[in-house]
Design a binder for this molecule. Sequence first.
Ligand SMILES: C[S@@+](CC[C@H](N)C(=O)[O-])C[C@H]1O[C@@H](n2cnc3c(N)ncnc32)[C@H](O)[C@@H]1O
Length: 246
Amino acid sequence: MTDRQSNLHDPQTARLMGREDIQQRVAELSTWRHRIPLPHGVVTPGREDCNAELRRIRLPADLTGQRVLDVGCSDGFFSFECEHRGADVLGIDDFSSTPFNAGQNGFAIAKSVLNAKAQWRNESVYNLDPNQHGHFNLILFLNTLYHLRHPLLGLEKIAKVLRPGGILLLKTYYFHDFRFRRWGFNVFKRPIMRFFECDELNDDPSNWWAPNRQCLEAMLRASGFDNLTKLGTHADRVYYRCRRAE
Ligand SMILES: C[S@@+](CC[C@H](N)C(=O)[O-])C[C@H]1O[C@@H](n2cnc3c(N)ncnc32)[C@H](O)[C@@H]1O
């Protein structure tokens, strides 16, 4: 993480912004999601262990010259990491979709403290349009699919702005039938998606859908992705890498 700090922030800015200035900026946001390392040893007080997630999504080490889109970017940890690895990055997030943090996130604060170039827009995945946003080589879609009321539409919109042959890295909450392990067979081999009308899933009214793996893979194929590779699972999350079909 010290590498990232020295690469990303302009040494002059760091000299101008002392530890206390940075702490003050960080305190402007009441709740951080991501733990982002900033100059002078300051780390944003998020609950998410983003470094562990980086290993799970297997983000390529070198993204030089790549255009990356981070959908549902939140405070921007993954956007800044992609920039650090050489990418030109756009992060989008639809604040109105989450009941938390009163329509704010920490992206702008972290960006200014890091003096980062990553661009950021308060925009929904449903508005992605190749004529407006162009095409990307790599898209991160982390922990956001199950927050969508229209997950298939979201995947289709993502496929439209991903270059043919481009890569999607996806992490989502999924519906896992634990009877599979206990009984040695899976009664839910068919694609199934559970719907949460209110806040039944983790007391969060912004959680709408939990697909099982069969359903997730079927939706990915139906949206124009191929080469689906399951990267792994961790607790109730599943991780995939797939390619935009040529
Ligand atoms: C659980 S957070 C995940 C944040 C980050 N991707 C991560 O993995 O740490 C889900 C994010 O998706 C955003 N979101 C929800 N619906 C969205 C939509 N329709 N378009 C873009 N972002 C959306 C939320 O505002 C929230 O920041």
